[in-house]
Write a protein that binds this ligand. Sequence first.
Ligand SMILES: NC(=O)c1ccc[n+]([C@@H]2O[C@H](COP(=O)([O-])OP(=O)(O)OC[C@H]3O[C@@H](n4cnc5c(N)ncnc54)[C@H](O)[C@@H]3O)[C@@H](O)[C@H]2O)c1
Length: 431
Amino acid sequence: MNPSPILTPVNRRHFITTTGAAVGALAISRIAHAAGSDELKIALIGCGGRGTGAAGQALNVPGNKLIAMGDAFGNRLEGALKALKEEHGEKVDVPADRQFIGFDAYKQAIALADVVILATPPGFRPIHFEEAVRQGKHVFMEKPVATDAGGVRRVLAAAEEAKKKNLKVGVGLQRHHQAGYIETIKRLHEGAIGDIHTLRVYWNDAGVWVNPRKPEQTEMEYQMRNWYYFAWLGGDHIVEQHIHNLDVANWVKKGYPVKARGMGGRQVRTAKEYGEIFDHHAVEFFYADGSVAFSQCRHIRGCWSSVSEHAVGSKGIADIGGHSIKGSDGSAWRYKGGKDVDPYQQEHIDLFAAIRSNTEYSEAANGAKSTMTAILGRMATYSGVEIAWDDALNSKINLMPDSYTWDTKPKTLPDPDGFYKVAVPGTTKVV
Ligand SMILES: NC(=O)c1ccc[n+]([C@@H]2O[C@H](COP(=O)([O-])OP(=O)(O)OC[C@H]3O[C@@H](n4cnc5c(N)ncnc54)[C@H](O)[C@@H]3O)[C@@H](O)[C@H]2O)c1
């Protein structure tokens, strides 16, 4: 959660305000120089959109080289390799014998690297993170870090192990590396709006891609290609996207909710290619001090959209995502910014600086607990009942398949017409 000493909030602010995007590379190079420029070998596991982006951001940090890639599907790996090679040239050194395909690709790719980037759908993250830690590798892993409580517990345990092994772990909750958020939340923690009793956090928008079934696909391949719509793979959109906003609420509250209750369903996105997930969730998350985060996430076109976080306190209000604060005494503050480094880039600058300077850096436990917050919300909307954090975290319901092959039958299967069972509040059990 905290930036490395090389880029503390204060000198990072100096870094940000004295560098624009155009001169960002120069600043990165100075940092690398200051911290020593030993080459670090990177392996990318999960070569999709975000994996390609994250690998590119890691390669923008001098001294880093991409040396291995792994993906479940050959075509995804090839596309990412081509794009990365075009942009980063010789920093991409992934010959055929360091390209790994299939469910076990991660093990071989991890073995060759100093640092691994984990960017598959989140259902696989606990397995991949455990293995990276077992093999003693530093990690950048995308959010969310699991899709069920068992996965969160595995990540929490591996996070402890990573600390013991002095491994550095970054998690792709990039708002923690975005100057406007850092500055705003610092002020909230200093009491700028008094005691914060209410938060509103939203991810309401139109939704994402869909990959309809192809006749030659096994059920496993279909679900893997269309992963967004299956809870074991993607977590539902409350976990996959809304985690960002819920994580901001946790950051502001310096803690995690003790219970949640909510409602949700699927009213518009009901076709069979939308699998089993809901298209809207509304949840109240209660923190130990009695404060509440009101959360909404919706994937429906033609509706009011907002991806934002707001706080209400005893002495004022804050638009956290808009980086502004208004005191009830008439005072007003707005983050000036203007020359910020892209937070997707900054999170890699911070992680690699910590690795090179051997400074403690561990975002895994917070990543796991913010993932759990989102899973708690999903449990509340799927079941319709109030769920306590401890019951949610200790849930024995395991969404993951028993094995991973193209012929494995996932636990969620279609009916003869191709439709999947969808959670029914009042009936569905989640703990
Ligand atoms: N931080 C952010 O703002 C942000 C933005 C986008 C995505 N993400 C996260 O990044 C992750 C990936 O999302 P994406 O948009 O890149 O998805 P994607 O579908 O484009 O890429 C996922 C890749 O993982 C591969 N894959 C699937 N299962 C695998 C396995 N078992 N082993 C190896 N490879 C496997 C897929 O074939 C695919 O190439 C998700 O967790 C997502 O939430 C984060």
